[in-house]
Design a binder for this molecule. Sequence first.
Ligand code: PMP
Length: 397
Amino acid sequence: MDLSHRISDLTGGSNADAWALFFKTRALKDAGVALTDLTIGEHDIRTDPAILTAMHDAAMGGHTGYASLPGTPALRAAIAKRVAARTGVPTGPENVLVTAGGQAALFATHHAVLDEGTRALFPDPFYPTYPGTVRAVGGVPVPVPTRAEDGFVPRPESILAASDGNARSLLINTPNNPTGAVYDRTALEGIADAVREAGLWLISDEVYETMVWDGSHLTPRALPGMAERTLVVGSMSKTFAMTGSRIGWIVGPEAAIAAMGQLVIHTTYGVPGFVQDAALFALGLGDKFEDAIARPFRRRRDIAVACLARQNVVRAVPAAGAMYLMLDVRATGLSGVTVAEHLLDEERIAVLPGESFGGAAAGHLRLAMTVDDAAFETALTRLLEVVGAMAETRAAE
Ligand code: PMP
């Protein structure tokens, strides 16, 4: 029996090959092969015991039934308060929907703004679930090319060129996965102008909002005239090391939030009450706690900058935030896939090729800085030696 296009077309696409490396890494690890895994953006610490205790206490206290669907009033209020305080944009509980992680928020936001066959834009390189999320709701994914020279930040004219009468949304992500770029005010203003001109919704994926090393995180929702057309995707995953708890949110105009609340009824039926209570507890832990979760990535970014300064073959996209480092290995004359395969097979260093994230980051490698500092430094030092040697071989040819 045939399955629907929506489900059949969910995965695949032109970058599927690049993911073979990820599955090979998994298989090697499962077979007990020692390797340094820099593939996936997951903290090397677990959820803090205090948060787990709050979760346990909530469950033992009886919060195990169907929970409030748009989110518990207390959690919605806490998220609204946090967003208002951080961004200066008036935000109430009616502007907040609690979702099963940022991923469910990405799904709900696209479901809310796309009709069958309409186009959804996002800059290339992109977080790999984006195209499938758009296809899953019947939309047409449209990657907007960006350039390494621009730090992979999209130019307004590229957004306008990619939008036509049928485009409904632009999805951006700052701090960015996979590039580590943080969009500054000028970039965001240019994007906002293009979005307004093209009559698009802006979906702003801000799941790395607390992981910024240079500059500061700005939400486009705070720009003039943008709150009414912006849907912000937030998450507890990265900020609180709660990836497995599956809790995030959408912030946006009240009517859109109410409509997406209906979608929650028809999909997840909400997020477990004890997880919502744990999130509420975590949000109360304060800046110091959030800084401590983010700090290792900043430290490793600094380690990377020092390692990179000792050579001049591999260049990095300035890593201003998130958990990642994007390295330009085009000096080897090889694809990111070939270089990454070599690193895995010969050096047991697992990284993802830029090609896993679309066409614009071809010839790059993405490193998740998610192993301890010493292991990270050792792996990066070796990677730079190996890639340097590959580039020399090419030069001698
Ligand atoms: N957006 C980006 C850019 C991500 O990197 C991730 C997770 N890696 C997500 C969204 C989804 O995160 P979660 O569903 O865990 O909140």
